[in-house]
Write a protein that binds this ligand. Structure first.
Ligand code: GAR
Length: 191
């Protein structure tokens, strides 16, 4: 029996979800128990099907009212991992899972966060501001978008002719490298 259950929330392609699944496949103590998704067309649903991981497809009104707490509680999560999830997490979930919900943001918070700051919108804002560097931030989720306590950050440089696509590629590499390890550390204590 796995001792730790992870639930992944994702809205898009799910490349981070895939990396996390791959990383924990050989770990008998950690199990990706459920994928929660708000988008019936998201690529992450194919990943869930391939990996035979159950999916909870959610609707906005009910999510905001109930957080799908009864459904989520059934999987007894030790950690809820947001991996490219678009909707704000309702208070009911944050209260129920204090410091157990984490997010990855594709920039160096506290800059370039907040509502609407998702995926390429973030990279475009960073490039337009002529920043020399960007990076990733892994943080606990609280009531405010992209605001909770920072757990980990890693940086990358911007090239002169950087595009949102090329920056997204660099950021994804960092995310894939560090998100699974950070989750592992949180669940096992510092290794
Ligand atoms: C990731 O880059 C993640 O940091 C970002 O969405 C992408 C999802 O990619 N999240 C946010 O922008 C949250 N504000 P993926 O679906 O391939 O994992």
């Amino acid at each position: 029996m796995p001792e730790n259950n992870i639930i992944i929330f994702a809205s898009g392609a799910g490349s981070n979800a895939q990396q996390i699944i791959n990383y924990f496949k050989k770990d008998k103590k950690i199990n990706v128990a459920l994928i929660v998704c708000n988008n019936p067309k998201a690529g992450v649903l194919q990943i869930a099907a391939n990996e035979q991981i159950p999916v909870l497809l959610i609707q906005k009104d009910r999510f905001n009212e109930t957080g799908y707490l009864p459904e989520i509680k059934k999987y007894n999560p030790n950690l809820v991992v947001l991996a490219g999830f678009l909707w704000k997490i309702p208070k009911i979930l944050i209260r129920h899972f204090p410091e157990k919900i984490i997010n990855i943001h594709p920039a160096l918070l506290p800059d370039y966060g907040g509502k609407g700051m998702y995926g390429n919108a973030v990279h475009t804002a960073v490039i337009n501001a002529k920043e020399k560097e960007s990076g990733i931030t892994i943080h606990f989720v609280d009531d405010i978008y992209d605001h909770g306590k920072i757990i980990f950050q890693a940086k990358c440089n911007l090239d002169e002719n950087e595009t949102a696509e090329s920056l997204a590629h660099k950021i994804h590499k960092l995310e894939h490298q560090y998100y699974p390890i950070t989750i592992d550390k949180l669940l096992h204590g510092s290794k």
